[in-house]
Design a protein around this ligand. Sequence first.
Ligand code: PLP
Length: 424
Amino acid sequence: MTALAEMSADALRALHADLVREHEALKSRGLALDMTRGKPSPEQLDLAAGMLALPGNGDHFTEAGEDARNYGGNQGLPEVRALFAPVLGAPPQQIVAGNNSSLALMHDVLVYALLHGVPGGERPWVKEEAISLISPVPGYDRHFALSQSLGIKLIPVALTGEGPDMDEVERLAADPSVKGIWCVPQYANPSGETYSDAVVARLAQMWTGASDFRILWDNAYVLHHLTDARPQLRNVLDACAEAGHGDRPVVFASTSKVTLAGAGLAFLAASPANVGWYLGCAGKRSIGPDKLNQLRHVRFLRDTAGIGAHMEKHRALIAPKFAAVDEVLGRRLGPYGVARWSKPLGGYFIVLDGAAGTAARIVALAKAAGLALTPAGSTHPYGHDPDDRTLRIAPTYPSLAEVEQAAEVIALCTLLAACEKHLP
Ligand code: PLP
């Protein structure tokens, strides 16, 4: 097969006609597929079924002998903080274990920063003229929505395959109105990349115009390996502390995609000053987290080996779905040279770059064929992908058979949209 760019006009027209016919045939099949959100499948949630019976009748005392049913313990149970200390890369005393949803912790950190200011800052962020956060792209749409809802401007910076373009990050961070950067440093949503040691070192060491600059280190996929290759992410708390910027990073993670997406545990890890600041603010908001759920997680996951074994079960369920997408895209798109896609070593997404100017068209063609995709542009702040080419594919939720079907639809629509662009 010839690459699309090298095809004669006649060959292109013939291919286009074939693809249109195939698309019409698909439309008449009445498919109803959805690859929009990175949710765990019901089978993945079933892996934690045993947790629903825990901690069990009468089992509500913590290691310290406290009654987990009662108020208190804003920092979270010491035993759950100890269990997740290796995951977060921080000692238990520098960890807060909260309720479900790390996104909620990110929200609270930003709101507290706006209303009260953060350690090292001169005033509440809301008192500044205008503030911005650097947003590596492609990125996570809920980071964008959260920032925008709080009136924080977003400045996109390209990802390179091993983290953001650091020359650009350093240039932007020198501006005092730039208050921080969003990072999904391991198996990023959606590119799948892991930040290199050099990128982590530069983030830790760089000069920032704002004395209270924060790295929002959303390590949502730290445990979510898809292969035996385990890229080692440098510990950002250590790197920043060594560089004399210990208060710069705030690390987030959760068990949403480890145990139960709607009933997991969320964590925050940071310097002693940041943890003290956070607890001071959070103590006004709540008298303590759901410690029974924390106990339930300790009883179910037990130790580091228990967490690892549980994640292997997830991998067994979802790795074949990622492989299926890759196989279909490779078979159908590879020869035409019209698209690139990631082959992630972990995380929840595949990012597909179609021909420039075709992402919105691919989504529309897929919708017509019965497949819902995340809207084009959602990987970029303000929904603006300047090249209109990047799509996020979320293969975890549908069944393997559905993922295979959906990948066929995506490949067809990607090729058809590229063909339309090339037609004379
Ligand atoms: N951060 C990233 C990068 C995510 O992809 C997601 C979910 O898709 C979340 C955070 C949400 O985490 P939580 O369920 O802990 O709120």
